[in-house]
Write a protein that binds this ligand. Structure first.
Ligand code: ATP
Ligand code: F1X
Length: 303
């Protein structure tokens, strides 16, 4: 079974304003909401690709109730720990450029965390687990390492898509796969990463530190996949970006679905890139059809 863990889910409020005026009264020309949080996005894209997963993490309040109901209606299995404070609302403002305001999220008590740890204890060797997104402020930045170690003791394959300080910890925990974007990998090494060659250089350093596989996403420039045996680069398909939130999660979902179906890394990676671009080119997360259409344009080359 595949599990996705979203410690800090969100209701994503997507609002489009023409000529946004800071300090003024702005009226939206379009607004909508979706369940969000990186692991949840991955579970939703996996479902569309025909792969089942169980979404874990913390949900609370009316926002948490909305997310749980939405996911169940999409046929996604959920087993969230219910917490006493409300799940956050993240604002995605579109006005020429994309501006995001992500909430800090509810505080998680020790007893609530213990419930998640107990769920992890029940997982099995053939499971695959994804840890993704920010950490609620009441939990330590090392929480992912603790969770990863518990999974590794059971030989569960661990994928992590995290940023900032938690990423610096996770890269030392020998995960099966991480998916930083080019800014995030640059931050680890205190450099700017702008070209596939630079991404390759710093990705290789992560492999030397013990990470088994690395995908580095580079927005419109595409993505790289590397491990100790192979390095691939895929240019992103061309199109008009409508809402890039969730593009990175879609790369992870496409790759995980390929792995779950027993495809070679090269194919799983190509599907990941197609899913990422298909999400960027749509208002919501990509559908299977949109991803399969773009897959025809994805050309994976050795780097
Ligand atoms: N402008 C774009 N044109 C084509 N493809 C894009 C564009 N932006 C993103 N993508 C696709 O989505 C993938 C992931 O994008 P990106 O590197 O921005 O991830 P991310 O920073 O993790 O995204 P997010 O946090 O918004 O989910 C890219 O590898 C690419 O396939
Ligand atoms: O604040 P975090 O946890 O880093 O990111 C949360 C978030 O921006 O990531 C998803 C897109 O990847 C959105 O659904 C969600 O709002």
């Amino acid at each position: 079974m595949i599990y996705t863990v979203t410690l800090n889910p969100s209701v994503d409020y997507i609002v489009q304003v023409e000529n946004f005026e800071l300090g003024g009264l702005n009226r939206s020309v379009m607004d909508t909401k979706f369940p969000g949080g990186k692991g949840i996005n991955v579970s939703r894209v996996l479902k569309r690709l025909g792969v089942d997963s169980t979404a874990l993490g913390f949900l609370g309040g009316f926002t948490g109730g909305y997310i749980e109901k939405f996911l169940r209606e999409e046929g996604i299995s959920t087993d969230f720990v219910h917490v006493s404070e409300d799940t956050r609302i993240n604002i995605k403002l579109k006005s020429g450029v994309e501006t995001e305001i992500n909430g800090k999220g509810p505080s998680i008590s020790e007893a609530e965390l213990d419930k998640l740890l107990a769920q992890i204890e029940k997982l099995n060797e053939n499971d695959m687990i994804l840890f993704s997104g920010s950490i609620p402020s009441s939990l330590p930045s090392t929480i992912y390492v603790d969770l990863i170690k518990r999974c590794q003791k059971k030989n569960i394959r661990v994928i992590a898509d995290v940023s900032g300080e938690p990423l610096n910890h996770v890269i030392k925990a020998d995960p099966f796969l991480i998916k930083p974007n080019h800014h995030e990998i640059g931050e680890i090494f205190g450099v700017k990463v702008e070209t596939p060659e630079e991404a390759h250089k710093y990705g290789s350093r992560l492999l030397d530190m013990g990470v088994e596989n690395v995908i580095i996403s580079m927005a419109e420039k595409g993505a790289l996949f590397l491990n100790q045996e192979v390095s691939y680069y895929a240019v992103a398909p061309k199109g008009t970006v409508k809402n890039s939130a969730g593009a990175g999660d879609s790369v992870v979902a496409g790759f995980m679905s390929g792995i779950a179906k027993g495809k070679p890394y090269e194919e799983a990676f190509a599907l990941g890139v197609a899913c990422g671009s298909a999400t960027a080119f749509s208002m919501e997360l990509c559908t299977k059809e949109e991803a399969e259409e773009l897959l025809k344009q994805v050309n994976v080359k050795p780097l």
